[in-house]
Design a protein around this ligand. Structure first.
Ligand code: FAD
Length: 371
């Protein structure tokens, strides 16, 4: 179990830290949010991420990538989480384009993946249909070669060139059997994308498919593919959440050391030290469990799905505790929008609820264990 970083990953982390410190302070995310920026991310930064090779980390060399693993991408996401970078990494690299990568559809792989690696294509992933994460709860149908249905919380849909749609060819809502993943052009006739505001300032949209024509050549796979994509995205999100939680924790620790009240640094009070120690413990546990899950996915270990659920459950738990305690310990100032700590709290909250919260993943873990 690789809970420590390899030499290659340490170099990747260092280069990510340098780039993000220079190009992507938290103020950038705030500015995009405040302006309700048309794109919601910075295309120039996306281009630079492509130049750094980040967008091709998961792709093999034939498709313009470097053939590294989810754990390597996790290192980058971790650092992006620390600065709240809003680029469409999760949506494109781990959801949309990853469905294409993991499919057996060679013509689509050739069309999509090199363009993704170059930073020329954004691919969203339309799965959810209710407020609660339920991957098989799909009512969207494919009938007579046309997709119809409404998807919610579709990350980065309004800037996507293409969208992978999870639809049903047979069975009832909740059935795993009968699911199919198709690649659709965002500009196709019958696709309507409505952008929403989300608490963390990220880009999500409601996407309606009204008789959108798809040929068999656009089919990527079935529920097996869906499960693989979701697992890889979930562990990637857990890695990003850890970066966010780590940064929130470190900022809070610094605040405890700086802020004076009653003539003393508030960090000298035992009541706050105990709470900080609990944050540290939960974070440390999450670090180990997420790194193990990243390796499990890359190694294709038999217990990979369980590890992913354990990782997301713990990242959600640690993120919730750290986010809430960070606000509380910053006192009144933590409640204000001017103070950056609240942005970390909001991101952690939204990420906690994305791709299954702590309860969802605890249940899934138990089911996979045979309980
Ligand atoms: C939206 C809002 C509404 C509010 N409404 C009210 C209200 O109705 N009535 C009211 O009285 N106040 C109210 N407040 C003020 C709130 O009670 C203060 O923000 C709080 O007391 C923290 O003070 P501070 O901001 O100066 O934090 P700091 O003094 O900087 O303290 C930082 C953190 O350390 C904690 N802390 C400090 N010393 C100790 C210690 N010895 N042991 C344990 N913890 C410690 C503090 O509680 C805080 O969490 C409100 C604040 C906000 C933002």
């Amino acid at each position: 179990m690789a809970v420590i970083l390899s030499e290659e990953q340490l170099m990747l982390r260092e280069s990510a830290q340098t780039f993000l410190a220079d190009q992507s302070p938290v103020t950038r995310m705030r500015e995009l949010r405040d302006a309700f920026d048309e794109k919601g991310y910075t295309p120039e930064i996306w281009r630079q991420m492509a130049d750094l090779g980040w967008l091709g980390i998961l792709l093999d060399e034939d498709h313009g990538g470097s053939g590294m693993g989810v754990a390597d991408l996790g290192v980058v996401l971790w650092e992006c989480g620390r600065v709240l970078a809003p680029e469409p990494l999760l949506s494109t690299l781990l959801l949309g384009a990853n469905a294409v990568r993991l499919s057996g559809n060679e013509p689509l792989q050739k069309d999509v993946l090199p363009a993704v690696a170059e930073g020329d294509r954004i691919v969203a992933f339309a799965l959810e249909e209710t407020g609660r994460f339920d991957p098989y709860g799909v009512a969207t149908k494919v009938e007579g070669g046309a997709i119809s249905g409404t998807k919610l919380h579709v990350l980065d849909a309004h800037v996507a060139d293409q969208i992978v749609v999870v639809a049903r060819t047979a069975g009832a809502v909740g059935d795993r059997d009968g699911l199919a993943l198709y690649l659709v052009d965002a500009s196709a006739s019958g696709v309507t994308i409505t952008r929403n505001n989300r608490v963390d300032g990220r880009n999500v949209a409601q996407v309606e498919f009204d008789g959108v024509e798809v040929g068999a050549d656009r089919l990527l796979g079935n529920a097996d593919l869906l499960d693989r994509v979701i697992d890889q995205a979930t562990v990637g999100l857990a890695a990003e959440m850890l970066g966010t939680a780590e940064e929130a924790f470190e900022r809070t620790l610094q605040y405890l050391k700086d802020r004076e009240q009653f003539g003393e640094k508030i960090g000298t009070f035992q009541a706050l030290r105990h709470r900080a120690a609990e944050m540290f413990s939960e974070l440390e546990f999450a670090r180990s469990i997420v790194r193990d899950a990243l390796s499990a996915v890359d190694e294709g270990r038999e217990d990979a799905a369980q590890c992913v659920s354990a990782a997301k459950a713990q990242a959600s738990k640690a993120g919730r505790l750290i986010g809430a305690e960070a606000i509380q310990m910053h006192g009144g100032i933590g409640m204000t929008d001017e103070e950056e700590i609240g942005l970390f709290f909001k991101r952690l909250k939204a990420a906690e609820l994305s791709l299954g919260d702590e309860t969802y993943h605890q249940r899934r873990f138990a089911t996979l264990q045979g309980y």
